[in-house]
Design a protein around this ligand. Structure first.
Ligand code: 2BA
Ligand code: 2BA
Length: 108
């Protein structure tokens, strides 16, 4: 069994969960915040049998489309005054997934 930790945009999380549960996957979701944009995202934990891992990944991939967004980074404290950094283009919306081996799955 694998534990998939999928970090997805908050906008996409509902549809990802709908599709995952319809496909029979079990999931746990927590509201999280990205360290870079400081915007809400969702972290979905999926305990998945090894042979179902590709299907789980495809289900997340089908919903989470990568797109670009302009953001103004937080002001820096470098230099004499408060420097406003130039807006930068970042890529958002795609899913990020970590896969971990599960030693044991216990249901009580
Ligand atoms: P955030 O940290 O808010 O990052 C949002 C997007 O900003 C990232 O999208 C990436 O395109 C860009 N970005 C992040 N850090 C950057 C940096 N130091 N310089 C330039 N651009 C940067 P994704 O890569 O799709 O990541 C989406 C969210 O997934 C991230 O939100 C973070 O919460 C999580 N994440 C991504 N990689 C991670 C990792 N290696 N470890 C833990 N969490 C990760
Ligand atoms: P349990 O299987 O006891 O699961 C309780 C909670 O534990 C789940 O809440 C979920 O948050 C987490 N969980 C269980 N197995 C997991 C796994 N493999 N990966 C990640 N998280 C896991 P809910 O999702 O709200 O489910 C409540 C109960 O509804 C479940 O109790 C189960 O009896 C049933 N259920 C959940 N998903 C189902 C599905 N796709 N088809 C049929 N029944 C489902």
């Amino acid at each position: 069994m694998k534990l998939i930790m999928a970090i997805v945009s908050s906008d996409d999380s509902r549809e990802v969960l709908d599709r995952l549960t319809k496909a029979g996957f079990r999931a746990t979701v927590i509201s999280t915040t990205g360290g870079f944009l400081r915007e809400g995202n969702a972290t979905i934990f999926l305990g998945v049998e090894d042979e179902k891992v590709p299907q789980a990944i495809e289900t997340v991939r089908a919903v989470c489309r990568r797109r670009t967004q302009w953001v103004s980074p937080l002001p820096t404290l470098e230099g004499p005054g408060l420097e406003m950094a130039e807006p930068i283009e970042v890529s958002v919306g795609g899913g990020v997934m970590f896969l971990m081996n599960v030693e044991q799955f216990v249901q009580v």
